[in-house]
Design a protein around this ligand. Structure first.
Ligand code: PHE
Length: 342
């Protein structure tokens, strides 16, 4: 056929008709070969261009190129459609249940600390902080702890240069708070503490405490007992009994330790409470007059109570965790179990 007589439009509509019926990539490829492949219809027409004079070659060549471009555009578009359809058919099975994405949880110590803080905040306590690096003065002397006290031994504390050490408890914050504020005060001080203990099931060289300090004109042992009782029952449950047992700390007088009835045996005595029925949860007492004085308060006018508890110990009792090291191992099988807690 003479190239001058070719009806380009009918080529195009023939292509469109065939394209319409194509559903898969291999027939699409066949169609591509048939029209714009090396031996395809369009190329055959291109070959005939040489028979034309230059002017006609230009006009017809332009039309051919245009047709070829339109066809390859539509072929490419169809190929994309077929691929996209194959993709959705393969990956979306609407009858399957959805995939739940993995979600982390708060650390059990964070959860416990937040609960402790929240309870004291509702009782009117403010949250303060003290430094982890302390001086011997704040950590020991100001708290009435004598130079020959075993806690001051180099074996028991992490000493730094120039009378600095890592605080062995949060009690030095008592002095700092008193020096910073005038009474009445009502604060808790959460924070990290450090002791030269080897790791075992109940010891860690780093652990957390929450210190409490209340100072006002009329403070008695009754205020301490009432506060701790409310706190303990809110944290562990109303059914738990609270007991105040005489004890000794150089910075409180009188001093006591606070026990709660064992949650496993209900106070009957079992293996987890060492057959005593009670579990110790904190140290407490009325602030020693010398400590008030070191804080800049007049012990003739003000009295106070103080308490200190270990966050790890509280969390272990609350969640039945038998080994303190589990808090620091970052084992997701352990941490993952606290998802349902706030
Ligand atoms: N600082 C004491 C300890 O670490 C706890 C305590 C705090 C006791 C406040 C009495 C008053 O064991």
């Amino acid at each position: 056929m003479k190239i001058q007589n070719v009806d380009f439009d009918s080529y195009y509509s023939e292509f469109l008709k065939e394209l319409e019926n194509i559903e898969d990539l291999s027939s699409l490829n066949q169609l591509k070969g048939k029209f714009i492949g090396r031996k395809g219809k369009i190329n055959e027409l291109f070959k005939n261009l040489k028979d034309l004079e230059p002017q006609g070659r230009k006009v017809i060549g332009g039309k051919l190129n245009e047709l070829k471009e339109k066809i390859s555009f539509l072929l490419e578009k169809k190929a994309q459609e077929i691929k996209a359809r194959a993709q959705t058919e393969r990956t979306v099975d609407l009858s399957l249940p959805g995939k739940r994405s993995w979600c982390g949880s708060f650390h059990p110590l964070t959860i416990t600390l937040r609960q402790i803080i929240e309870i004291f905040q509702t009782l009117g306590f403010r949250v303060e902080e003290g430094p982890e690096i302390e001086t011997e003065y704040f950590n020991f002397e100001a708290l009435n702890i004598p130079a020959d006290h075993p806690a001051r031994d180099e074996q028991d504390s992490f000493y730094l240069e120039d009378n600095f050490l890592l605080r062995t408890h949060t009690s030095p914050a008592q002095i700092r708070v008193m020096q910073k504020y005038q009474p009445p005060i009502k604060v808790i001080v959460p924070g990290k503490c450090f002791r030269r203990d080897a790791f075992d099931a109940t010891h860690s060289p780093m652990f957390h405490q929450v210190e409490g300090l209340v100072v006002a004109e009329k403070i008695s042992m009754g205020d301490l007992k009432g506060t701790i009782q409310v706190f303990t029952k809110r944290l562990f449950g109303e059914e738990r009994e609270v007991r105040f047992r005489p004890s000794y700390f150089p910075f409180t007088e009188p001093s006591c330790e606070v026990d709660i009835s064992c949650g496993v045996c209900g106070g009957e005595g079992c293996r987890s409470c060492g057959y005593s029925g009670w579990l110790e949860i904190m140290g407490a007492g009325l602030v020693h007059p010398q400590v008030l004085r070191n804080g800049g308060y007049d012990p003739e006018r003000f009295r106070g109570f103080a308490f200190g508890m270990g966050v790890e110990r509280i969390a272990m009792l609350k969640y039945g965790i038998p080994d303190i090291r589990w808090f620091y191992n970052n084992d997701v099988r352990f941490l993952d179990q606290f998802k349902t807690f706030r």
